[in-house]
Design a binder for this molecule. Structure first.
Ligand code: NI
Length: 176
């Protein structure tokens, strides 16, 4: 188990279309996922996508109990999601503040589908099929964007609502 280096925006590896995972429940996959959880927890992140540590696979993890970086966020179950597919349940969008471990120190207001269905597989190859809303839906959309080379600043519509976390949220006590 190892905390891996998180790539920062500007690294071309963050812009790739990730390859699907074809073999599940291998020692290599379990080891990668363990490293991803170590890395996410060390950075107090709500989620992490494999491309963020330079791994070109369609694999994301996420989960929030109570996260100091997102004090108002609902709890999200700790999840390993592989080869995901997302579908909006209706046309409703919601704006919300996002940050990203690959874009340290900044936050931006990002529109997302309010309600989505997501499907995929866990690390054992068991199917996942959930309908979610709120922060859970936002985290999944953010992480899955990393699998198609999209970072949240690319989705910011109003750059007056984009800036340094320490300026926007001085009470958070966080610098990223
Ligand atoms: Ni991110």
């Amino acid at each position: 188990m190892t905390v891996r280096e998180i790539l920062k925006m500007g690294d071309p590896r963050l812009l790739r279309i990730a390859k699907p995972v074809s073999v599940f429940n291998t020692r290599e996959l379990q080891s990668l996922i363990a490293d991803m959880f170590d890395t996410m927890h060390a950075a107090e992140g709500a989620g992490l996508a494999a491309p963020q540590i330079g791994i070109d696979l369609a694999l994301v993890i996420f989960g929030v109990r109570q996260n100091p970086r997102y004090p108002d966020a609902d709890a999200v179950p700790e999840t390993v999601l592989i080869n995901p597919t997302l579908t909006p349940l209706d046309a409703a969008e919601e704006d919300g503040w996002e940050g990203c471990l690959s874009v340290p120190g900044l936050r931006g207001m990002v529109p997302r589908w309010a309600r989505i269905r997501y499907t995929g597989f866990d690390q054992y190859g068991a199917p996942i099929d959930r309908e979610v809303d709120g922060f859970h839906a936002r985290v999944v959309q953010h992480e899955c964007d990393h699998l198609v080379g999209t970072l949240y600043p690319m989705r910011v519509r109003d750059f007056r609502q984009f800036g340094y976390t320490s300026v926007l949220f001085p009470d958070l006590g966080a610098d990223d």
